[in-house]
Design a protein around this ligand. Sequence first.
Ligand SMILES: C[S@@+](CC[C@H](N)C(=O)[O-])C[C@H]1O[C@@H](n2cnc3c(N)ncnc32)[C@H](O)[C@@H]1O
Length: 235
Amino acid sequence: MEDGNESPHGSTSEPEEDRCSEEDFGPSKLGTKEYWEDAYEKELETFKDIGDVGEIWFGEESMSRVLRWMDKAKIAENAAILDIGTGNAVFLVELAKHGYKNLMGIDYSAASVELARNVLLAEDLMDVTVKEMDFLNGQGELKGFDVCIDKGTFDAISLNPDNAKEGKRLYVEALKDALKDKGFFSITSCNWTKEQLLERFSEGFEFVEELPTPSFKFGGKSGNSVTALIFKRVL
Ligand SMILES: C[S@@+](CC[C@H](N)C(=O)[O-])C[C@H]1O[C@@H](n2cnc3c(N)ncnc32)[C@H](O)[C@@H]1O
């Protein structure tokens, strides 16, 4: 996630432990609640005016690739699925259209939650639950999920100008609490490399697979601008 100040990935020439440090990115407005409140207030107005749902982070394909993996992994249609930092709830809409019936999204931005509810109402998806909640301070409310999905939220938390280090630690703890044993975690990130995510989600998780994302070549080296990984919770 870039706002002009960050590189999309940390350097890969550093030792692994350093690459996973809080020094990887400079602080950014994208790491603040105020930024998202403001963004979703505007998106909500636009949605009410012309029905445009706003930004689809990392594009439509970022959802299709996770849905394809869910099909392959035979995730049951009644599986409890949590979308962490749901934004405009477009991923929840896609999951519901794909047949998933036990869906919940949370976001710490009140405007996001209002936008999400409007989008779900317009799609006639009243069974999908959306809650205003800080994932880092869920107070034990989020439990028993078969699948947790993150598209850009861990990235945003990693950019918090106040305390990204603590935010990342709390994120991993909250995720451990939210997932059932052997539950799956799908993360799509543009700020973290595969190696960094493997390091971050090493304790209490098992790496399952990397989902293919478009790659680019520069200066004879190839890389991916977006990383999409699947982990499994192991107790
Ligand atoms: C890059 S946006 C992605 C939104 C959505 N997942 C998508 O793919 O369109 C990051 C989202 O994370 C939310 N967010 C950031 N920190 C959060 C936290 N601590 N708890 C809950 N939501 C958070 C923001 O409000 C924003 O909706």
